[in-house]
Design a protein around this ligand. Structure first.
Ligand code: IMP
Ligand code: MG
Length: 195
């Protein structure tokens, strides 16, 4: 079995982002939103989303980090880089790559709510509903998945973000023991999960 397989192609992602952009535009009803991109994973999604939106927007960036003393997430999160713009009275949309346990997003929502935005919604490329621990909903989700994904912004140990498609890693332990095991996919076409 291949170590990774494509789950969503470049074309499927582009088509879904057009649909998401239409949903967001309808929801925003002529308002100029402030898109809050969560570094680093969401930047590729953000860059396609803002162009698909085709409306007047502001963009700002935030970086957070999660602490974990042992295996698995701890739910302890801190701000590494904060927003530059105030949120007061803005229609804010958090743009995330993937919502997994939901700990990061729940921290972000709690923190940003205290800054009195007029509205605060979440747009995530991937909603990993099965892993959710925090009690929250993603308002706009591109795809759902229960797999570990790389590409289109999503990384494994900081790598593979620049793959133009989303691929599922079939054996995380094998990749962890040899993080170079997938470099060949920059040169060779990768098989599909459903083929
Ligand atoms: P959460 O706090 O558990 O929801 O974690 C969300 C963060 O974990 C994401 O923003 C990603 O940085 C990372 N993450 C979760 N699942 C994946 C995955 O399948 N691939 C790559 N990164 C992931
Ligand atoms: Mg992230």
């Amino acid at each position: 079995m291949a170590l990774a397989e494509v789950v969503y192609s470049k074309e499927q992602i582009a088509a879904r982002i057009d649909e998401l952009a239409a949903e967001l535009r309808a929801d925003l009803a002529g308002e100029r939103p402030l898109l809050v991109s969560v570094l680093k994973g969401s930047v590729i999604f953000l860059s396609d989303l803002v162009r698909a939106l085709g409306i007047d927007v502001d963009v700002d960036f935030m970086s957070i980090s999660s602490y974990s003393g042992g295996p698995g997430p701890s739910g302890v999160v801190r701000i590494v880089k904060d927003l530059e713009d105030p949120l007061v009275d803005r229609h804010a949309v958090i743009v995330e790559d993937i919502v997994d346990t939901g700990f990061s997003l729940s921290y972000l929502l709690r923190t940003l709510e205290t800054r009195s935005p007029r509205s605060l919604k979440v747009c995530a490329l991937i909603d990993k509903k099965v892993s959710r621990i925090a009690d929250l909903e993603v308002d706009f989700a591109g795809f759902t998945s229960d797999k570990f994904l790389i590409g289109y912004g999503l990384d494994f140990q900081g790598r593979y973000r620049n793959l133009p498609y989303l691929a599922a890693v079939t054996d995380i332990a094998a990749l962890a023991s040899n993080p170079d095991a997938l470099v060949h996919i920059f040169q060779e076409p990768l098989g599909r999960a459903d083929s």
